[in-house]
Design a protein around this ligand. Structure first.
Ligand code: UDP
Length: 430
C-alpha cells in the first residue's frame, strides 16, 4: 500500500493571529488571509501549521481548524496585547519556540510562508538555519505607509531595512496586486523575485442573502439608501472622508439615507480614539441621526450587512489589497473606493464600482450619488462585481496558485541540496 504523507509547511504570522476574532484594531485582513489560506491549503493536501504569538494566558496554545490545519501560539514576550510596532525585541524568543516545537514533529517543515515584516525577519532567520525556501507576503509596506502618515514610529528604520533585505533575498515574494508589486519595485528594491497572487474571499459565505432578506433581518426599509463602511478604526482607513462625503451628498435632499460604520474598537486604545474622533465629526456635521455604529461585525453578520447596503465605501488613504472590497463585491454590492493600491486592481471603475482620489470628499460624494441615484445601474454594477470575485478571488483559487508555487520551490530546493551533496562527494573522491 502506498502511504500518502502530507507535505508540511509553516505559515508565520507573529502579530496576526489566524484564530482570533476579526475586526479589532490589530486584527484585520492579515488574520483573515492566513486563516483561509491555511485552511484551503490543508484541503488541497498540505499539512499546515500557522504560528502566531500568544497575547493572553487564557488563549489555548493550539487551535485545530481542520484535521490538517492548526494555529500554534508561541510565547514571545509577556502574554498580553503588545502593539505591533513594539514586538521586534521579542522575535528571538519566537524563533526559539518555533525550533523547540519543530523538534517534536515526525516530519520537518519543507517551506516557510511569512506574513508582514516582523514575520519576514523570523522567516529569514529560520530559513537560513534550516536551509528552507521562504515565501513572503508583506500585507503592508513601510515605504508606502510612512509616506501617508504624518508621524513615523521609532521602529521605522528597522522595518524599512528588513523589508528591503526580505525583497532582495527571500526565495519568492508574493504581491497581492500588480499595484503592490509596482510599489515594491519603485520604493523598496529592483532586486528580488516577485509573483502576483491575489487575496481571496469565501464565495459561498459572502453572496448567499438577497438585499430584501438582509434588510428584513436588519429592520431597514426597501426605500432607504444604505451606505456601508466595514473595517478597523484607523486614520489610514479614511473614515473621515466618508462621513464628510455623506454630509455633502445630493441623495440626502430627496431620499432617506442611512450610513452604517461597522468595526470594533476598545476605549482608550488607538481604535477607540479614532472612533471617538469620527463620532465627534459626525455630531459636528449634524448627521448623527442618519449614522449608526453597530460595533464589531462578526464574519457571520457581515454577509447580511453587505447585502443590505446599496454601496460599500472603502475610503482608505493606502490599501495594499482590501479584503472588504471583495467581500462586498461577492455580496453583489458595488464599491466606491479610493484610487489607490489594491483597490485599483479589485474595483473596475464604471463596471463593478467607482474610484475616487483619496481624501477627496467631494469626489466621494459625487461617486456615491451616481450609484444611489441610479438603482438599475447599481444592480448591474453589483452583478458584475459578484462575477469578478467568482472568477478571480476565491480562496480555493488563491490556495491552488500558492500550492503550485510551494511545489516548485520545494522541488528546486531539494534539487539544489542534492547537487550540493553530489559536489561534496566528487570533491572527496577527487
Ligand atoms: N472585519 C470583520 N468585522 C468587522 C470589521 C472588519 O470581520 O467589524 C474583517 C473584514 O471582513 C475583513 C477584514 O476584517 O475580512 C479587514 O480586512 P481588509 O483587508 O479590508 O483591511 P485591513 O484590516 O487588513 O487593513
Amino acid at each position: 500500500m502506498v502511504s500518502f504523507s502530507r507535505k508540511r509547511i509553516a505559515l508565520i504570522s507573529v502579530h496576526g493571529d489566524p484564530a482570533i476574532e476579526i475586526g479589532k484594531e490589530e486584527a484585520g485582513g492579515q488574520n483573515v488571509y492566513v486563516h483561509h489560506v491555511g485552511e484551503a491549503l490543508s484541503q488541497q493536501g498540505w499539512q499546515v501549521d500557522m504560528f502566531t504569538r500568544r497575547a493572553n494566558p487564557e488563549q489555548p496554545a493550539i487551535v485545530q481548524h481542520t484535521p490538517h490545519c492548526r494555529t500554534i501560539r508561541l510565547t514571545a514576550g509577556p502574554q498580553e496585547f503588545i502593539p505591533r510596532d513594539e514586538l521586534f525585541e521579542f522575535l528571538p524568543e519566537f524563533i526559539e519556540g518555533f525550533l523547540a516545537f519543530q523538534e517534536q514533529l515526525e516530519t520537518p517543515y519543507l517551506l516557510i510562508h511569512s506574513n508582514y515584516w516582523l514575520s519576514s525577519w523570523v522567516g529569514m532567520q529560520l530559513c537560513k538555519k534550516l536551509s528552507l525556501p521562504q515565501v513572503h507576503t508583506y500585507h503592508s509596506l513601510g515605504a508606502v505607509k510612512y509616506k501617508a502618515t504624518p508621524t513615523v514610529p521609532l521602529i521605522a528604520k528597522t522595518r524599512l531595512d528588513i523589508e528591503k533585505t526580505c525583497l532582495e533575498t527571500v526565495t519568492r515574494v508574493v504581491a497581492t496586486s500588480p499595484q503592490e508589486r509596482d510599489h515594491m519595485r519603485s520604493l523598496v528594491s529592483t532586486r528580488g523575485n516577485i509573483d502576483i497572487i491575489p487575496c481571496g474571499t469565501r464565495i459561498n459565505h459572502f453572496g448567499t442573502v438577497t438585499q430584501e432578506e438582509a434588510r428584513h433581518t436588519l429592520g431597514i426599509t426597501p426605500e432607504e439608501k444604505v451606505i456601508l463602511y466595514v473595517g478597523r478604526f484607523d486614520p489610514r482607513k479614511g473614515i473621515e472622508t466618508l462621513v464628510r462625503a455623506v454630509h455633502q451628498c445630493r441623495t440626502r435632499e430627496t431620499e432617506k439615507v442611512r450610513l452604517i460604520i461597522g468595526g470594533g474598537s476598545r476605549p482608550g486604545h488607538s481604535d477607540g480614539k479614532e472612533r471617538e474622533r469620527i463620532e465627534s465629526i459626525v455630531a459636528e456635521l449634524g448627521i448623527g441621526n442618519i449614522t449608526q455604529f453597530p460595533g464589531r461585525l462578526s464574519q457571520d453578520d457581515l454577509p447580511v450587512y453587505y447585502a443590505a447596503a446599496d454601496v460599500c465605501v472603502v475610503p482608505s488613504h493606502y490599501e495594499p489589497f482590501g479584503l472588504v472590497t471583495i467581500e462586498a463585491m461577492a455580496c453583489g454590492t458595488p464599491v466606491v473606493g479610493s484610487d489607490v493600491g489594491g483597490l485599483q486592481f479589485t474595483v473596475v471603475p464604471e463596471k463593478t464600482g467607482l474610484l475616487a482620489p483619496p481624501k477627496d470628499e467631494a469626489a466621494f460624494a459625487a461617486a456615491i450619488d451616481r450609484i444611489l441615484l441610479n438603482p438599475e445601474w447599481r444592480s448591474q454594477l453589483g452583478q458584475a462585481a459578484r462575477k469578478r470575485v467568482e472568477t478571480k478571488f476565491s480562496w480555493d483559487g488563491v490556495a491552488t496558485q500558492l500550492g503550485e508555487l510551494y511545489e516548485t520551490l520545494i522541488e528546486e530546493s531539494s534539487q539544489a541540496a542534492a547537487q550540493e551533496v553530489s559536489e561534496a562527494l566528487t570533491q572527496v573522491s577527487a
